[in-house]
Write a protein that binds this ligand. Structure first.
Ligand SMILES: *Cc1c(COP(=O)(O)O)cnc(C)c1O
Length: 462
């Protein structure tokens, strides 16, 4: 008998207390909805979505302990108890001195970019993230990708495809001068590369270079706990360390971080900027009152900060991370067995379908990854997201499309939300979409917003 069920060594370390019904739709309904949404999954109403794999951002299920914390919201305008709790938890787990809450990750990115960047600066980073790069550009900097070449190759099995290429970094520093580089932007589990981790060793080497030139390092800590899991599993010398210990070591190699707590930290809204730099803290406090709210709430309710503080604690539990990434790997292995082209190694928060190999007959200008997201929805009601030429946007200097080598469709797994059966249904839907691949003709863009175009762009079938 063929082995239909893959053995797995984990189960969810929780049971379900509250459920939310899912909606099934007909193919005709989905066809109509898709046309109305301009073939952009961001423009679909969620009531017409069956399994929602658009993003893992703000879509996690909170625990009973987090919900209990919501009732303890201290909604004082200034100096809320929940801020004190959040500050203590961030100091303990991430190790930075100063903490400023923000409404979500991009709020923190805005504060950091505006505070540290002067027009004409350069910010090197391990591949761009959409909002991160845009805030750097709006502050007047040019983002320079210094990730290793393997990261751009969906077939490379490098265990740490999030690593920085030290030669690329040194070359940039020599070319533009250290004084033109306000900070190095280092992300954990690099989203756009397919959820790929950076190694402890690489960050140590980056730190050594940065220190020699007096350049600070700011982490995008959005998925740092998930990055720590890969270090624990793959990097010699870390097998017996806990996720919490590894994260603390990573942070100790940096000067601060921006955080979207909507990911690792298991909340529906929230983020923070943390730093050891007193001057940056002072400047960010000045800006936060203009753009987010007082420096002790940053656009959040007290109850949100409490849920975030508790979510951070839960996000560092080893059995949580093992089950979370275990579920992503389960889906990935099912697709590998079916010979579906995906980015390898399997990432931390999502499976990335390689749309270039999925639709070999489509040129990048007909938006293969966007097409795949639309086709998968049409097939099954499952919602995914484009991470290719539409997400990459245009070069602000030349006006040309950025043409990323990676043209991916992301199946992002919310934390603690779906079951193994949902993963099976998803794998079957991807296979059915793959079987119909030759009938598909691609899309053209008919409306293009100025910033972060992928969110609201509209398309028509070719
Ligand atoms: C989501 C995300 C951000 C931005 O955070 P928001 O909470 O969506 O504003 C920044 N960096 C990475 C890696 C992310 O995934």
């Amino acid at each position: 008998m063929a082995r239909a069920i893959r053995k797995r060594s984990w189960a969810e370390p929780f049971k379900i207390k509250v459920v939310e019904p899912l909606q099934l739709t007909s193919r005709e309904e989905r066809q109509k909805a898709l046309a109305k949404a301009g073939y952009n999954t961001f423009l679909l109403p969620s009531r017409l979505v069956y399994i929602d794999l658009l993003t893992d951002s703000g879509t996690s299920a909170m625990s009973d302990w987090q919900w209990a914390g919501m009732m303890l919201g201290d909604e004082a305008y200034a100096g809320s108890r929940n801020f004190e709790h959040l500050q203590a938890v961030v100091r303990k787990h991430y190790g930075y001195k100063h903490v400023i809450p923000t409404h979500q990750g991009r709020g923190a990115e805005h504060l950091l970019s505006r505070s540290l960047i002067d027009p004409g600066d350069y910010v090197p980073g391990n591949m761009y993230f959409t909002t991160t790069r845009l805030h750097q550009e709006l502050a007047g900097a040019k983002f320079v990708d210094v990730i290793i070449d393997d990261a751009h190759d969906p077939k490379s099995q490098h265990p740490f495809k999030g690593n920085i290429d030290l030669d690329k970094l040194r070359t940039l520093i020599r070319k533009v001068g250290a004084e033109r580089i306000p900070y190095i932007s280092v992300a954990g589990t690099v989203n756009m590369a397919g959820g790929q981790p950076i190694s402890m060793q690489n960050l140590k080497e980056v730190r050594a270079i940065a220190q020699r030139y007096g350049i600070p390092i700011y982490l995008d800590a959005t998925r740092l706990a998930e990055n720590a899991y890969f270090i624990q599993q793959r990097e010699p010398g870390h097998q017996s360390k806990s996720i919490a210990e590894i994260v603390k070591s990573l942070c100790s190699l940096s000067d601060g971080c921006t955080m979207s707590a909507k990911k690792d930290s298991l909340v529906n809204i929230g983020g923070f900027l943390a730093t050891n730099d007193r001057k940056l803290h002072e400047e960010a406090c000045n800006l936060v009152v203009v753009y987010e709210g007082l420096h002790t709430y940053g656009g959040l309710a007290g109850r949100d900060m409490e849920a975030m503080a508790r979510g951070i604690v839960e996000s560092f539990q080893d059995d949580h991370i093992r089950a979370r990434i275990g579920q992503v790997e389960y889906l990935g292995h099912r697709l590998i067995e079916e010979k579906i082209p995906i980015v390898l190694p399997i990432g931390g928060h999502a499976i990335f379908l390689d749309a270039k190999r999925f639709y070999r007959h489509l040129p990048q200008d007909s938006f293969p990854a966007q097409t795949l997201a639309a086709e998968l929805y049409l097939e099954s009601g499952i919602r995914s997201m484009e991470r290719g030429i539409a997400s990459a946007g245009r070069n602000p200097e030349t006006g040309e499309h950025y043409r990323p080598r990676l043209e991916l469709t992301r199946l992002t797994i919310p934390r603690r939300v779906y079951t193994q059966a949902h993963m099976d249904v998803t794998a079957e839907a991807v296979c059915a979409t793959y079987d119909r691949r030759r009938e598909v003709k691609g899309l053209r863009m008919v409306y293009e917003p100025r910033y972060l175009r992928f969110f609201r762009a509209r398309f028509k079938p070719l």
